[in-house]
Design a protein around this ligand. Structure first.
Ligand code: ATP
Ligand code: MG
Length: 760
């Protein structure tokens, strides 16, 4: 919609803009006395820095970078910044805050491997997709001593530590961005800095070793990222009064468990499966009856077994070593590997149809036998659990044979449950090992690495939850940043009327309203045994059509207008995924195992179902275990998360993926722009346009422009000199504010002075 005319497309629609918006900041209505260079949008959507050769009324003749000369409408040109602002390390220093200027600044820096840039209080990190020389002990030392100044994860982490100690307030580092943007790497870089500054007790090594473990069990190769995290993570690192790390705690969110039984061509299941198959020592291989990854149905279906430049066998060694470091006993490790092998062998369990109603029996082959051996259960019970269902009818109990699709579902549900429980169990063990000593100081720094906004061709319950989380986090971001911005004005004593900003409350209410919000309606419909995805979709359309953030679509789909764009969700499978049921027969099977892990999983599931609300367990004949729905559990987790974050001073890092090929040196303007919009960076910029984004201390201002004064005031103090400059150049009073220490300017004002300065 930013047509060929090259008009501004910052998310501040000029039609809805208040008077102040167009009076103050809008570069399209503001024409500097002389434009030398401007931005012009090329037909391919990229911006070109053009030279203006002449301007006649409403038209200008410009020369493009590649030499061509064009006549264009003046309104299609957007002011470019003076050269001295090339590659500034904070976007707020730009005089003209428009899209092309922001994109250009980031690209200018990116091309010099300066992947970090500030956008006011926010750190923007652009994935280099190659090793850059910005890390390691020399850099850590430099940031610690404050001899290094340029924006960096180290710098923001350093600020967090200092503020934690100075203000005695917990801190958080909130990292967001889309898949492959570099969140997990960024989180690790922050952890390295924390470990280097707060280390000493040895616990920091344990903390760092949680990364290879969680990545092995929770990351996978996807089409967008070879090492994609399929869960969200919050790690809270605790410090003593003297700034030493005393322990840590990890919370995870919504692991994508469907990947265990199903994954698309070219992607992989969780790394740990391939690592185990290729890295297990012979003795372990034999004990688990392990084969090559190619021989397991769950792994072979996607036709992708290895990742470029990754040695799974070597990774397996690293993971076992890490498991040792976090005090997982050898015995437990063997049980963990046995569970993994059991999941793989479950996938190979097959069924034979025994009647013309498609009822099945389990084929008693190596797969079945191995599963029984690995989880240590009776093989007959395993067969029954996979091919029949006990139903309660009145006081009687009857056994029903399963059809082929039902049996496959049951088998896959069991595999997914075992894996998800294993993941949770591991996190629990890690937390025990990292547990903060009894002497809690209450000071901590939390790092949040959570999935960014997702919009695919087909969006399901996973995207629904993820985008809801992003909506909540965006609100937290907004509230915080705009509060901060305004606090700076007040601190410097300038005259300031509070600015309102578009918030996303409407969309959040669409999700959260009771009883007629998306989440409530989903949970309600999930409790009806006869409900279908279609009845669910119709219910949404019936109750939510008045919400401006909702739109019913044809068939089973609906659209939500998120702050980052519209997403159409397909309700197919929503209810089933939300119920996430494991049949009681399967749970009973797990509790009958001699191995302690499946037992623990089963008792965990039973406790959860006791906690579940509603007590609807009779409706489904008692054959299924009722528990908190996926959406409900996620919402509860999210509320806790936000509550925790609200009690911290947040620091935001927005990761940007410069191209979709995961390759270095390639900067695609359109892709970057879309992410800047999605993660709110342009929004921060937009809000600043309503305020006074350019700040300069009285001293710096008087030094830089003092020589332009007609009469010398060099003996005077910086404030008087500054005021004299402002008067001489007729800078309108509404264009600036004089603070106690700084001058605050509307966007574009410094550009005028720079132009004059350059011509003098
Ligand atoms: P997902 O949401 O899929 O988990 P992510 O945002 O966590 O994605 P990462 O896994 O952190 O993305 O990064 C993807 C890849 O990009 C990394 O495996 C690494 O190759 C590269 N990368 C990211 N950040 C850096 C960096 N600072 N230096 C070098 N390479 C990096
Ligand atoms: Mg990640």
């Amino acid at each position: 919609e930013d047509g060929e005319d090259g008009s501004m497309s910052l998310p501040s629609p000029s039609n809805s803009a208040s008077h102040s918006e167009s009076r103050w900041g809008d570069t399209s209505s503001y024409t500097p006395r002389k434009i030398h260079q401007s931005w012009f949008k090329l037909p391919n959507g990229d911006w070109d820095l053009v030279n203006i050769l002449s301007t006649t009324g409403t038209e200008s003749v410009v020369s493009l970078t590649e030499g061509k000369v064009l006549k264009v409408k003046a309104e299609n040109l957007i002011s470019a910044n003076p050269d001295i602002l090339d590659g500034v390390d904070d976007l707020m220093q730009l005089s003209y805050l428009n899209e092309p200027s922001v994109l250009y600044d980031l690209e200018y820096r990116y091309n010099q491997d300066l992947i970090y840039t500030k956008a006011g209080p926010v750190l923007v990190a652009i994935n280099p997709f190659k090793k850059v020389d910005l890390y390691g002990s020399d850099y850590i030392e430099a940031y610690k001593r404050k001899t290094a100044q340029s924006p960096h994860v180290y710098a923001i982490t350093d600020t967090a530590i200092r503020e934690m100690i100075r203000d005695e307030v917990n801190q958080s580092i909130v990292i967001s961005g889309e898949s492959g943007a570099g969140k997990t790497e960024t989180a690790k870089i922050a952890m390295q800095y924390l470990a280097a500054l707060g280390g000493g007790s040895g616990i920091e090594f344990e903390i760092l070793k949680t990364n290879p473990i969680l990545e092995a069990f929770g990351n996978a190769k996807t089409s967008r990222n070879d090492n994609s995290s399929r869960f969200g993570k919050l790690i809270e690192i605790h410090f003593s009064e003297t700034g030493r790390i005393t322990g840590a705690n990890i919370q995870t969110f919504l692991l994508e468990k469907s990947r265990v039984v199903q994954c698309t061509e070219g992607e992989r299941s969780y790394h740990i499966f391939y690592q185990l198959c290729s890295g297990a020592p012979p003795e372990l291989k034999e004990r688990l009856n392990l084969r090559r990854a190619e021989e397991y149905k769950y792994l072979s279906q996607s036709n992708c077994f290895s990742i470029n430049r990754v040695n799974d066998a070597e990774e397996f060694r690293i993971v076992t070593e890490a498991l040792n470091v976090v005090h997982i006993s050898k015995e437990d490790q063997h049980s963990v590997f046995a569970m993994l092998a059991a999941v793989l062998w479950l996938g190979n369990v097959s069924f034979s149809v025994i009647d013309n109603e498609n009822h099945v029996e389990v084929v008693e082959d190596e797969g079945l036998q191995t599963v029984a051996k690995l989880i240590e259960c009776d093989i007959e019970e395993l067969k029954l659990a996979l091919s029949t269902r006990k139903m309660r009818v009145g006081n009687d109990s009857i056994v029903q044979k399963l059809t082929l699709p039902q049996a496959i579902d049951t088998r896959d549900a069991l595999a997914k449950s075992i894996y998800a429980c294993l993941f949770e169990w591991l996190v629990e063990q890690i937390n025990k090992s990292l547990a903060v000593g009894k002497r809690r100081t209450g000071r901590s720094i939390s790092i949040l690495d959570i999935y960014g906004f997702e919009s695919f061709d087909r969006n399901s319950l996973e995207q629904f939850c993820i985008n809801y989380a992003n909506e909540r986090l965006q609100q937290h971001f907004n509230r915080h940043l705009f509060k901060l911005e305004q606090e700076e004005y007040i601190q410097d004593g300038i005259d300031w009327a509070k600015v309102d900003f578009d918030d996303n409350q409407d969309c959040l209410s669409l999700f959260e309203k009771k009883p007629l919000g998306l989440l409530s309606l989903l949970d309600e419909e999930s409790t009806f045994p006869n409900a279908t995805d279609m009845t669910f979709a119709n219910k949404l359309k019936q109750h939510l059509r008045r919400s401006s953030s909702f739109r019913g679509e044809r068939g089973k789909a609906f659209t939500v207008c998120h702050y980052a764009g519209e997403v159409t969700y397909d309700t197919t499978g929503f209810l089933e995924k939300n119920r996430d049921l494991l049949h009681l027969d399967s749970i009973q099977l797990l509790s009958s195992c001699s191995c302690h892990l499946p037992q623990a999983f089963a008792s965990n599931m039973l406790t959860q179902s006791e906690k579940s609300i509603g007590g609807t367990s009779h409706k489904s004949g008692g054959a299924e275990s009722q528990k908190l729905s996926v959406a409900r559990k996620f919402k509860d987790q999210l509320f806790q998360l936000i509550l925790r974050l609200e009690n911290t001073t947040p620091h935001f890092i927005r990761c940007i993926k410069p191209n979709k090929l995961q390759s270095p040196g390639l900067y695609e303007q359109g892709l970057v722009l879309q992410q800047l919009k999605c993660c709110g960076v342009l929004e921060v910029v937009r809000i600043s346009r309503a305020g006074f984004p350019t700040r300069m201390s009285h001293k710096k201002f008087s030094q830089r422009y003092g020589f332009l004064l007609q009469e010398s005031l060099s003996s005077q103090d910086p404030l008087s000199v500054s005021v004299a400059i402002l008067h001489q150049f007729n800078i309108l009073p509404e264009m600036y504010q004089v603070g106690y220490t700084k001058l605050f300017f509307r966007t574009g004002q410094i550009g005028v002075l720079e132009d004059t300065r350059n011509r003098t």
